[in-house]
Design a protein around this ligand. Structure first.
Ligand code: ZN
Length: 262
């Protein structure tokens, strides 16, 4: 397969909007950009040649189990745009205040029109982020193993990387990432129109860990655990953790910085 340049951001924005922010066949809000006419056959990065498919429909398409005519039809009438009322699993946001639960921590803030909030940042790396386009939430989630190998990567709702042994599912309103058939490594539920609940998340980067669970937020490397709290304000960052090698960056707008300096 030939190297291909990345799809420009403005093209992705246009495709997301046209496709109703979901798989054109089933509406699922975590998706991949599919070249209707394959890149290897000369299909271009043009918005008209791109559509959104969830991981399972993308796989079916790659195995040629979806007739191209059916795909083009769905692209003309995307699932999420063909309904009069928006389906429950569209990540539609509206309201003045956005509420995020991180385990037992709560923070409320105003998301600006094209604003974003870097919810978990470890050693300078964004691991969980919320963005907004036309009142639709864009989720970024990156999970690594202890050695720093990427396991799952979702960027602005696009599943860009997923190791074969990991399972990424969006069912109902919940995004669940499992290690194989076993342990849940991340679970995020959406409660439209303005609530997001990060029930579980194992975040790590360059050896530093932050764990979110119903008990609270735990940073084992600092032996710090925060069992609850309510933050209200305007934040560009949520939880920020860094070690001596990775100091720097401006995190004045974070609601929680680890290590906590008194
Ligand atoms: Zn689908």
């Amino acid at each position: 397969m030939s190297e291909r340049p990345p799809i420009p951001e403005h093209v992705k924005q246009e495709v997301r909007k046209r496709c109703g922010f979901g798989c054109v066949l089933c509406g699922a809000p975590i998706y991949q950009y599919d070249h209707i006419r394959e890149w290897s056959l000369g299909g271009a990065h043009e918005p008209e040649n791109l559509t959104l498919l969830c991981a399972s429909h993308h796989e079916e398409k790659t195995k040629k189990l979806i007739p191209i005519g059916k795909l083009r039809q769905a692209d003309r009438e995307p699932f999420n745009r063909s309904r009069e009322v928006s389906p429950a699993h569209v990540l539609h946001y509206f309201g003045d205040i956005f509420e995020v639960f991180l385990g037992s921590l709560t923070f409320k803030q105003k998301l600006s029109v094209e604003g974003s909030c870097d919810l978990v940042n470890i050693n300078g790396k964004t691991l969980l982020k919320l963005g907004l386009q036309d009142d639709n939430l864009l989720i970024t989630l990156k999970l690594y193993d202890k050695q720093g190998t990427p396991l799952v990567s979702i960027i602005d709702n696009e599943l860009t990387y997923n190791t074969a042994s990991w399972d990424v599912k969006f069912i109902g309103r919940a995004l669940t990432v499992r290690e194989g058939k076993g342990q849940i490594r991340a679970r995020i539920t959406f409660d439209p129109p303005h609530r997001l609940n990060v029930q579980r998340g194992h975040f790590t980067h360059h050896g530093l860990r932050v764990e979110v669970s119903p008990d609270g937020v735990y940073a084992p490397d600092y032996n710090i655990s925060i069992e609850g709290g309510l933050w209200i304000g305007i934040y560009g960052h949520g939880i920020v953790a860094y070690d001596a090698h990775h100091q720097g960056g401006n995190f004045d707008d974070a609601f929680l910085i680890l290590p906590v300096d008194e």
